[in-house]
Design a protein around this ligand. Structure first.
Ligand code: ADP
Ligand code: MG
Length: 453
C-alpha cells in the first residue's frame, strides 16, 4: 500500500496544500482509512493518540465539501472544548487548499450569544461538544438538513464522559443518508454498541496491530506473608492502578483491611456488596480515586477497566484458563503491563506447572520497600445528588465546576452520570475548592447536595 497522499483521488489543490504543510506521507491510520472514507464508506477506526486521526477524517470530509454551497455539511463531535479547538485548528490548516471554507466551533463553557452571531453568518463545518450542539439544534439556530458527514472523534472518551444520550439526540436531527466516521483510541464493547446504532455497514480499521503489541511481564514469587510481599511489589514496581485477584471473598475483605492499615488505599468488590456499593467502588477505581481494587473472579466479571498497569494473583488461580483471563486485563492498548503471582511454599508444586519461557520465578527477597511507602489516589470522587432524571449532563457539571473562580478543566477527571447520582473525579488537591464551588453555586439553576465519597 502506497503511503503518498498523491496516490489517492484527491484534487491537486488538496495535495499541493498537504505538501506545503509538510504532509507528504500518510500515517498508517490515514493510509488505511482514507481510501475507504473517500469511497463514501462508514468507517470505525481505532488508532493510538498522535497517529494523525484528525487529518484522516479531515481530508475525507473536506474532499467532498461543496464550498459554494454555504450550508453545514460536516459535523465533528468531540468530548471537550480543548479537543474541539485542536480539531478545528487542524481542519483550518488542511482547508487552506480552497478559499472561504468556514469552520465554526460550538462548545459548552463558551458564551451562547456570539455563537448565535457566527451561526447566522453561516458555516460549512461545525466542530463542537455534544451538549452545546444539541442546544443549538433545539433552538433551531443550527440545522443539519444538509449534513453529509458526521464524525465522532475520541468516541471512547465521549462515552466515558456519559455523552451517549446527547449523541443519540443530536442524531435525531441528522439526515439518514450520511457518512458516519467513528474515531477512537481504544476499542471497547461500548464502541461496537454505538457503531451499530449510528453507522451503516461500517468497515473497521485497527492500526494497533501494526504498532506495538501488548506486552505483559509475568513474574512469580514464593511468599509466606502475602500482604508483606504484595506491599513490596507495589513499592518496587510503583504501578499506577492494580487489580488484585483473590480466590475467596473473605481473602478479598481481609486484604483490603490490611492494605489500608499500611497506608495503601484499597477497595474490595465481592458478592456481599449491594449493587450501589459495588458501583461506588468501581467508579472510584475507574476514575483514579483508588489505586488498588481487590476482586474475586466472579465479582470482576464484566469489568472493563482500561490501561491497567498491574494484575496480581494473591494466590495461584485454580486453572491456567483463569490465570490467562485475569492477566489479560493488563497491558492493553500497547502499554506494558505487569502480572504478578504469589504462591505459598506449600503451593510450590502447583506453581511449577506455570513454568514457561515468558514467565520468570524470582526471589521475593530482592523486592524492597521504603519505610515511607504509601499509595494515595490521584483523584477524589465528588458525588452529586442528581443525575439523568434531573437532566444533568457532563457538560453541566463541567460548566458549574469551571465557572468563574472555579477549577481549571485539567483538575477534573472522569464524569459518570447515573439516574439519580453523578460522580466527578477531582484532583485531590482541589477537592475542597470543587466541593465549595458546587455547594455554593447552582447547577442548571438548581441546588444539589454534594459530598465526597
Ligand atoms: P490523533 O488525533 O490521532 O491523536 P492528531 O490528528 O492530533 O493525532 O495528529 C498528531 C500530529 O501529527 C499533529 O501534529 C498533526 O499535525 C500531525 N500529522 C498528522 N498527519 C500527518 C502527516 N501525514 N504527516 C505529518 N504530520 C502529520
Ligand atoms: Mg485526535
Amino acid at each position: 500500500m502506497s503511503t503518498k497522499f498523491n496516490t489517492l483521488s484527491l484534487s491537486s489543490d488538496m495535495t499541493d496544500n498537504l505538501d506545503r504543510i509538510g504532509y507528504t506521507d500518510m500515517t498508517p491510520v490515514q493510509s488505511e482509512t482514507l481510501p475507504l472514507i473517500l469511497d463514501g464508506k462508514d468507517v470505525i477506526a481505532q488508532a493510538k493518540t498522535g497517529s494523525g486521526k484528525t487529518a484522516a477524517f479531515g481530508i475525507g470530509l473536506l474532499h467532498k465539501l461543496k464550498v459554494k454551497k454555504f450550508r453545514v455539511q460536516a459535523l465533528v463531535l468531540c468530548p471537550t472544548r480543548e479537543l474541539a479547538d485542536q480539531v478545528a485548528k487542524e481542519l483550518r490548516v488542511i482547508a487552506k487548499f480552497a478559499h472561504n471554507i468556514k469552520i465554526l466551533t460550538l462548545c459548552g463553557g463558551a458564551a451562547f450569544g456570539p455563537q448565535l452571531g457566527s451561526l447566522e453568518h453561516g458555516a460549512h463545518i461545525i466542530v463542537g461538544t455534544p451538549g452545546r450542539i444539541l442546544k443549538h439544534l433545539g433552538k433551531e439556530t443550527l440545522s443539519l438538513e444538509n449534513l453529509e458527514t458526521l464524525v465522532l472523534d475520541e468516541a471512547d472518551r465521549m462515552l466515558d464522559m456519559g455523552f451517549i444520550e446527547e449523541i443519540d439526540k443530536v442524531l435525531e436531527y441528522a439526515p439518514r443518508t450520511r457518512q458516519t466516521l467513528l474515531f477512537s483510541a481504544t476499542y471497547t464493547n461500548e464502541i461496537t454498541f454505538i457503531s451499530n446504532r449510528i453507522q451503516r455497514d461500517p468497515v473497521s480499521v485497527k492500526t494497533t496491530s501494526t504498532e506495538v503489541q501488548n506486552k505483559i511481564q509475568e513474574i512469580f514469587y514464593e511468599s509466606k506473608n502475602k500482604t508483606d510481599t504484595l506491599i513490596k511489589v507495589f513499592s518496587t514496581f510503583k504501578p499506577e492502578n492494580i487489580i488484585v485477584f483473590t480466590n475467596t471473598k473473605i481473602a478479598a475483605k481481609d486484604l483490603a483491611e490490611s492494605l489500608s492499615k499500611n497506608k495503601i488505599d484499597a477497595l474490595a468488590i465481592h458478592g456481599d456488596l449491594e449493587q450501589y456499593e459495588r458501583n461506588d467502588v468501581l467508579v472510584q477505581f475507574a476514575n483514579k480515586s483508588c489505586p488498588v481494587l481487590i476482586a474475586t473472579d466472579v465479582a470482576a466479571r464484566g469489568l472493563d477497566i482500561k490501561e491497567l498497569s498491574m494484575v496480581v494473583n494473591l494466590d495461584l488461580p485454580h486453572t491456567l484458563e483463569t490465570y490467562t483471563h485475569r492477566i489479560g486485563r493488563t497491558g492493553r492498548a500497547g502499554a506494558e503491563g505487569i502480572a504478578i503471582t504469589l504462591y505459598d511454599t506449600y503451593e510450590t508444586e502447583n506453581a511449577m506447572e506455570y513454568r514457561a519461557d515468558n514467565r520468570s520465578f524470582e526471589d521475593a527477597d530482592a523486592l524492597s520497600k521504603s519505610n515511607t511507602f504509601e499509595m494515595k489516589p490521584k483523584n477524589v470522587t465528588l458525588v452529586i445528588e442528581g443525575g439523568k432524571k434531573d437532566k444533568l449532563r457532563a457538560g453541566d457539571l463541567l460548566g458549574a465546576l469551571t465557572a468563574e473562580g472555579g477549577l481549571a478543566g485539567s483538575a477534573i477527571g472522569k464524569i459518570d452520570i447515573y439516574d439519580r447520582q453523578a460522580y466527578v473525579a477531582i484532583q485531590r488537591e482541589f477537592i475542597d475548592k470543587a466541593k465549595k464551588q458546587l455547594s455554593n453555586g447552582k447547577i442548571k439553576n438548581k441546588k444539589f447536595s454534594v459530598w465526597v465519597l
